[in-house]
Ligand binder design. Sequence first.
Ligand code: NAD
Length: 479
Amino acid sequence: MAAKQNFISGKWVDGSGVTQNINPSDISDVVGDYTQASKDQTQEAIAAAKAAAPAWGLATPQARADALDMIGTEILARKQEIGTLLSREEGKTLPNGIGEVTRAGQIFKFFAQEALRVEGTYLNSLRPGMDVTITREPMGVVGLITPWNFPAAIPAWKIAPALAFGNAVVFKPADLVPGTAWALAEIISRSGIPAGVFNLVMGRGSVVGQTLLDSRDVNALSFTGSVQTGAKVAAAVSARGGKFQLEMGGKNPLIVLDDANLDAAVAGAVDGAFFQQGQRCTASSRLIVHAKIHDAFVEKTVAAIKALKVDHALKEGSQIGPVVDETQMKQDEDYIRIAREEGAELAWGGERLNRETKGFYLSPALFTRTTNNMRINREEVFGPVASVIKVDSYDEALSVANDTEFGLSSGIYTGSLKTAKDFQRKAQAGMVMVNAPTAGVDYHVPFGGRKGSSIGAREQGRYAVEFYTTVKTAYVNAG
Ligand code: NAD
């Protein structure tokens, strides 16, 4: 099978090597071969984007809207097929894979309209006869680096606003999930946008990603991924004076109070902590539970996760798929061992499972008797692993929830409106959920966090314009 190619300056081209895309539900299933860009080839993509950026920046909003709308329409029409590919290469269950591809199509359609809504401001100057206008212009060339856990939605929520607001794009997807990225790129390649405006460079982070970070021709860099890589992005891009945006990890708290609807809270905790194998930056990994209902909560949660069907992502009825690869599996197992060594009690799960096909199956793990200073409660595991922290009051719960280096999402289950509003005000997080799982944010609202989770402008919704444009203040002497 010929390797899928990179897309540079309007042409499909081979790279300098090839990588195999393996299905984590069945390691004997090769999803496909994908070419790997070299440093030189990445530089060619940046040069192509630089050459194409000025004309695209001046293209009419209608031209941009039409292209994005066409892309969104095709993604939605092919959601079953691309969703199946996504689930096959990433391991999330098929309904989740299709749901994510649907989201990607909706994002393109949303930003098609946003291309028409870029606003400016007019002010009277303090000087007589002068007009002041404040307008937004594209950044120019933007580099987009994405993680493996949302192979369609995260690329979409970066590529769509970048193109809508007139930028040229160099897109580097995560090494583990080139398939969905390639399918998106193939659709974009037929949308009528000029050569060089959109470029796909698949390959290693240390090669392709690093070249994007180091290039002075990349005017803005949007990154989603781990804290460790994010630190490299911040250091490299700020050293050369570039603009950047980082969305990184989380250690998201979910508080369950004694006045909560317990069954709803258990359902929200199980969804937030374990669905999509806990491989969500917004996963509820710290379950902060009031002492009065602690035992009942643990009992019901264990019963719920025991009943979850862990199996091949494409199998009908699977609720939890495999973790993404052996490296992630080892990381999950390491944290399970560390938690036990620190004195946490494993209430259920944490075992490798054998299924009909050989894959990376792990039973959802729930720890009890944990304290907030344990590593399991301070570091992101990024797997189907959650821990319960027992507290005696709402005030203690709030203080534990905020006692973290992260600040992405934060949730509470309570029957009290007063407590809910207090939590909404005091939670130190970019996103707050009341009586709902910590994961799951609509595409038309801002997504992002505080503290160690995020740096820079918010993604998604109308706030995306902030990152993908720069402001110009212009004076005209009409006197
Ligand atoms: P990662 O940091 O390993 O990789 C992210 C991307 O960076 C990949 O494309 C990778 O190839 C690239 N990269 C690696 N080294 C690089 C370098 N030196 N220079 C430039 N690019 C480089 O993260 P991952 O394992 O793919 O994703 C999981 C992480 O992503 C988790 O920490 C998760 O919380 C985070 N995440 C955050 C959000 C959010 O919006 N906050 C959303 C999804 C995932």
